[in-house]
Design a protein around this ligand. Structure first.
Ligand code: IVH
Length: 707
């Protein structure tokens, strides 16, 4: 876990005064309109720098200083809170958590009876007042003593029902945020209505909650993290453990983190809380909403009461802060790259910035429409977001930091690779030449490991074949003749004969490899194996419609649509492969008895129209007798023992030979995780979800008959 982060060095009183002014302005923006020019990390560093300077110069502390104040002293609102809405103190490491817990136990003079551990939601605090079960008022935190009435937000916030399941009079406290999907929708609606995009989900929630009249709709989500008695109505709430209060809140119908993969837990030892911190941190990247830490609370009311509160924060709770996943940097330029399928994809080049331990230089921009919708400009300050393995993405420009020197992003008018026309009929633009635009890349992919695996065909050789006009796609490889090859530079007799032999050998590859070689968007080795096993012949694949594809494990309507569309587009290439005598059947696979899936392919090689592929026995996997039958298996970390030499693709093939389905991400549907050395977040997630975890050695033993 992270060390305590650094702080901004402040050398003299003038720098200190500047720093206070910057921090106060940033806090006001953060808690007000929500568009701060500093990212969270920079703000925290600045406030720590101010605190360090004040510790050294206690006589020079300015009254405006944000230190020790809830919301950094940014004051908004005039509705007094029933009980002050406090902030939380922070720790940044396991040692920090341990020493905080030890300090708390010293203070109360006994061990804390039970801890509760839950996510720290990255939104803004809200108090929701319910009278006899009806939601009557929403108030922001403000300065912690009084907040702003934002009751106009009632009805815009999912998880905050207008009426609770019981007629209780109670104040719920929690966080309002935008999920990633809500943020995307909000920015689409906002920019569509002619306003600048929100910089990030947090400021989007803050801005949306405070805006009274807007001509576009947005939705937010509430997560309760506490409840208090209201209007002096006597309830037992004050004496219940925090975990019990959370269960009550959920029972009343308000949203809590209990329904998410990072539901709160209770535990007896602070070391167990530490394990849960690691588990939540591991799950962070896959969550639908932002978290910026984990909150550890003494669970029992008696422990809380005895610990009490400071003016700023309770002494019985602490925030274990996670590193920021969002930073502000500059958009320097946009590159347009043509992929092997002819898709023209924009990529943002950023002023390098460190986010959560790695330096980000590029971020995905999806398509031209996306750039226009986000109103991005070269030179903009942009918020960039990265979580775990996710490709970094630009969230939005920080519009109020514009100087006027920003320039529009040049949008290509012709294919940046070949100069041909652009087909802009779809969201993702494509060169009108399609795959032919970047033939070298698509042939390279087709002959690569995991596909046709033809040795002796590196990028230079393919380039040479394309330049000489001998091939335009990978099907042409199978009709290459010896003499024209011998005329090429650096092609002696031996290398020519070796190459032709390797190409001849590739004709016998299983259907799944041939299908994978087609390079259909979003269809890699594992999906190709599933499709080939399901349909058994290329004819059956070509005859399949969207419904038929959706019968394949892991194929939804969108992917099925892409498959149908691309297979139709690839018909001339497939015909050439068939004519060249390339195998079009999957050994051991059985055709589905789907009504109406008649064969319409132009020609067939060795495939029967129904039942088992000629000359093959039905696969054992269809009998359910295999060791991994019906199991979804994920592999992570580096493999050891008998699996050490296998590529990840080969391990996935092994899983499928043994009757299982290989998957790349851990979910509640995962049956088994094979965790090798240096397994990281997938292991943490599997532990959290109670998924069976095995070592590569144990796994190899389980599937030894199929190795
Ligand atoms: S407990 C008196 N629990 O973080 C206890 N706060 O940085 C105070 N927050 O003001 C809050 N998730 O707005 C608590 N699970 C959680 C939380 C949480 C997010 C916010 C809350 C608080 C801020 C402190």
């Amino acid at each position: 876990m992270s060390e305590t982060p650094g702080f901004t060095e402040i050398s003299d009183q003038a720098a200190y005064a500047d720093a206070v002014q910057t921090a106060v302005a940033a806090a006001a923006a953060y808690y007000g309109e929500g568009d701060s020019g500093l990212d969270d990390d920079a703000f925290d560093r600045l406030v720590r720098g101010i605190a360090a300077y004040e510790a050294e110069h206690p006589d020079h502390v300015l009254p405006d200083s944000p230190t020790g104040k809830v919301a950094g002293g940014a004051v908004v609102g005039d509705v007094p809170h029933t009980v002050p809405m406090l902030s939380l103190d922070n720790v940044f490491s396991a040692e920090g958590l341990e020493s905080w817990a030890a300090g708390l136990e010293r203070r109360i003079g006994r061990p804390v009876e039970q801890w509760s551990v839950e996510p720290k939601l990255d939104g803004l605090a809200i108090s929701a007042r319910y009278r006899e079960g009806r939601l009557v008022q929403l108030v922001t935190r403000g300065d912690g003593v009084a907040g702003e009435d934002v009751s106009h937000g009632i009805g815009m916030i999912a998880g905050l029902p207008g009426r609770l399941a019981e007629p209780v009079t109670v104040e719920l406290r929690g966080e309002v945020l935008m999920t990633h999907a809500q943020f995307e929708d909000a920015n689409t609606a906002r920019t569509g209505a002619g306003y600048p995009a929100f910089a990030n989900p947090r400021s989007a929630a803050a801005g949306s909650l405070r805006a009274r009249d807007r001509d576009y709709q947005v939705e937010m989500t509430f997560f309760a993290y506490g409840a208090l008695p209201l209007d002096g109505v006597v309830t037992e709430l004050a004496s219940l453990p925090h975990s019990e209060i959370m269960a009550r809140i959920a029972g009343w119908g308000a949203h809590t983190s209990a329904t998410t993969p990072v539901a709160g837990i209770t535990c007896k030892q602070i070391t167990e809380a530490q394990d849960q911190v690691a588990a939540i941190a591991g799950l962070r990247a896959g969550l639908e909403f932002g978290i910026d830490g984990i909150v550890i609370k003494a669970d029992l009311a008696a422990d809380q009461e005895q610990a009490g509160n400071s003016s700023r924060a309770p002494r019985w709770a602490i925030a274990y802060k996670l590193p920021a996943t969002e930073k502000i940097t500059r958009l320097l330029e946009v590159e347009w790259n043509v992929g092997r399928t002819g898709i023209i994809a924009p990529r943002a080049v950023l002023d390098p910035v460190e986010v959560d331990g790695s330096v980000i230089t590029y971020a995905t921009l999806h398509n031209a429409g996306d750039i226009a919708r986000r109103d991005l400009k070269i030179g903009d300050h942009v918020t960039v977001y990265k979580a775990g393995d996710v490709i970094p993405r630009i969230e939005a420009p920080v519009v109020h930091l514009r100087t006027g020197a920003e320039t529009p992003i040049p949008i290509p008018e012709s294919c940046p690779r070949c100069g041909d026309e652009i087909d802009d009929s779809q969201k993702r633009w494509r060169c009108a030449k399609g795959r032919a635009c970047h033939a070298i890349a698509s042939v390279r992919y087709a002959v690569g490991r995991g596909q046709l695996d033809i040795e002796g065909l590196g990028e230079n050789r393919i380039d040479q074949l394309v330049q000489a006009g001998l091939i335009t796609d990978f099907a042409d490889l199978f009709t290459l003749e010896r003499d024209p090859l011998l005329e090429l530079e650096r092609m002696g007799e031996t290398s020519t004969d070796n190459l032709l032999a390797a190409i001849e050998g590739a004709k016998a590859k299983e259907l799944n490899k041939v299908f994978c070689a087609l390079g259909i968007r979003g269809t890699g080795s594992s999906m190709s194996r599933r499709i080939a096993r399901h349909f058994a012949t290329m004819d059956a694949i070509r005859a399949a419609d969207i419904d038929a594809f959706q019968e394949v494990d892991g194929v939804g309507p969108e992917r099925a649509g892409v498959l149908v569309e691309e297979i139709a587009e690839l018909a001339p290439l497939i015909d050439k492969l068939v004519a060249a005598g390339v195998n079009m059947t999957e050994p051991g696979a059985t055709r589905p008895a789907t009504p109406g899936s008649s064969t319409t392919g132009s020609s067939t090689t060795g495939s029967s129209t129904t039942g088992t592929v000629e000359g093959e026995e039905p696969a054992e996997s269809d009998t359910g007798a295999l060791p991994l039958s019906g199991m979804s298996v994920v592999v992570t970390g580096s493999m050891t023992g008998p699996l050490a030499e296998l590529s990840r693709n080969e391990v996935n093939e092994l899983i499928e030979r043994a009757g299982g389905r290989s998957s790349s991400s851990v979910s509640a549907r995962t049956s088994l995780l094979v965790a090798g050395e240096k397994a990281g977040s997938k292991k943490a997630k599997a532990e959290k979800l109670g998924v069976e975890i095995t070592t590569p050695e144990e796994f190899a033993d389980r599937v030894k008959d199929h190795l």
